[in-house]
Design a protein around this ligand. Structure first.
Ligand code: FMN
Length: 306
C-alpha cells in the first residue's frame, strides 16, 4: 500500500482533492469559516441555497435542539442571486480556489431553470445542486422533491437550461426515494445529492405550543445518519449516476461508511455548527482510515458494501 492514500474523487468529470464538502446552509458563503482554517483543504463547498429574490427566511425561533441532532426552519434566508453572483462569488474566489457547488432553489420550475442558467455562466461554479427538498417552504403549495413526476419536471427544465453537471438534492420525506432518484436520472440529471433534512417538530411544555415559529422544521445531525445511509444504499442500487451522500456525518468513520453505502463524495452539515473544525479533522483522519480499512484510493470505497 502506498505511503499516502489517494483521496481524490471525481464527480461528473470534476476532480475534488478529497471527498469532503461542507453542506449547503451550514457554511454560508465560507467567510466565517475562512477565519478559522484554510478553505483550500476542502474538496468543494456547497454554497447557501439561493433564490432569485432576497429572502429573510422564516420567523424565529427557527432552531431547536433534539437528541443527537437539531431542527431548523431557517426557510432559505439568502441575499438573492444578484448579490450572490455579484458579491459572494468574488469574495469566496479569494478564499477557495477549487470547484464550487451552487445550491439552486426556486418557487417555480421556471425560476429553477433561470437560476441554474445564471450560476452555470459563473466559471467558479462546477456543479449545480438543485435543491428540490427544502422542508421549510411551501413552494406554491408544492414541494418539488416529493414525487417522481415533479422532481423530473424540475430536472428536465434545468437540463434544458445548462450543460454543466446538475445534481438533484433529494428529500427523505418520501415513501420511495429510489423512484424519485430514477425519475431524475431519466430526466437528465448528472448526479444526486441526498439527504436533505427530515421533517420533525418539538413542543414547549410551558407554552403548550410548538418550539419553532414555523411549527415544523428539518431534523439533521448524527440522529439521521442511519436513515441517510439506508437511502444512499437504496439509490445506489437504483441508478448509475454518482451520489453525494449527506446526513449525520461527523467524523471520518461516518464518511467512509457513507461512501461504502454508495456515495462518491460526502457532505457535512450540522456537524459544522457543533464544531467548526469538523471538516479539517475528517480530512486529516482520512489517510489513516483508508490505511486501516484497506483502500489505496478512497474512490474505491464507493459502493464497497454492495
Ligand atoms: C441550518 C441549516 C440550513 C440548511 N440550509 C440548506 C439549504 O439552503 N439548501 C439545502 O439544500 N440544504 C440545506 N440544509 C440541509 C443540509 O445541507 C443537509 O442536507 C442536512 O442538514 C443533512 O445533513 P447533516 O445531518 O450533516 O446536517 C440546511 C441544514 C441546516 C442545519
Amino acid at each position: 500500500m502506498p505511503e499516502q492514500p489517494d483521496l481524490s474523487v471525481t464527480l461528473s468529470g470534476v476532480t475534488l482533492k478529497n471527498p469532503v464538502i461542507p453542506a449547503s446552509g451550514t457554511f454560508g458563503f465560507g467567510r466565517e469559516f475562512a477565519g478559522i482554517y484554510d478553505l483550500d483543504i476542502l474538496g468543494s463547498i456547497s454554497l447557501k441555497g439561493t433564490t432569485e429574490a432576497p429572502r429573510i427566511g422564516n420567523p424565529t425561533p427557527r432552531i431547536a435542539e433534539t437528541p443527537s441532532g437539531m431542527l431548523n426552519a431557517v426557510g432559505l434566508q439568502n441575499p438573492g442571486i444578484d448579490t450572490v453572483i455579484g458579491e459572494e462569488l468574488p469574495a469566496i474566489a479569494e478564499l477557495f480556489h477549487g470547484p464550487l457547488i451552487a445550491n439552486v432553489c426556486g418557487f417555480s420550475v421556471e425560476e429553477y431553470a433561470r437560476n441554474a442558467a445564471r450560476f452555470a455562466d459563473c466559471q467558479q461554479i462546477a456543479i449545480l445542486e438543485i435543491n428540490i427538498s427544502c422542508p421549510n417552504l411551501h413552494c406554491g403549495g408544492r414541494n418539488f422533491g416529493s414525487s417522481p413526476e415533479t422532481a423530473a419536471e424540475v430536472t428536465r427544465a434545468v437540463r434544458a437550461s445548462t450543460s454543466k453537471p446538475i445534481y438533484m438534492k433529494l428529500s427523505p420525506n418520501v415513501g420511495d426515494i429510489a423512484a424519485v432518484a430514477r425519475a431524475c436520472e431519466d430526466a437528465g440529471a448528472d448526479g444526486l445529492c441526498l439527504i436533505n433534512t427530515l421533517l420533525g417538530m418539538r413542543i414547549d411544555l410551558r407554552s403548550r405550543r410548538p418550539v419553532l415559529a414555523n411549527r415544523t422544521g428539518g431534523l439533521s445531525g448524527p440522529a439521521v445518519l442511519p436513515v441517510a445511509l439506508r437511502m444512499v444504499w437504496d439509490v445506489f442500487e437504483a441508478v448509475r449516476i454518482p451520489i453525494i451522500g449527506c446526513g449525520g456525518v461527523s467524523n471520518a468513520h461516518d464518511a467512509l461508511e457513507m461512501m461504502m453505502a454508495g456515495a462518491a463524495a460526502v457532505e457535512v452539515g450540522a456537524a459544522n455548527l457543533v464544531d467548526p473544525l469538523t471538516c479539517p479533522r475528517i480530512i486529516a483522519d482520512m489517510p489513516r482510515i483508508c490505511r486501516e480499512f484497506g483502500f489505496d484510493r478512497i474512490a474505491d470505497a464507493t459502493g464497497a458494501a454492495h
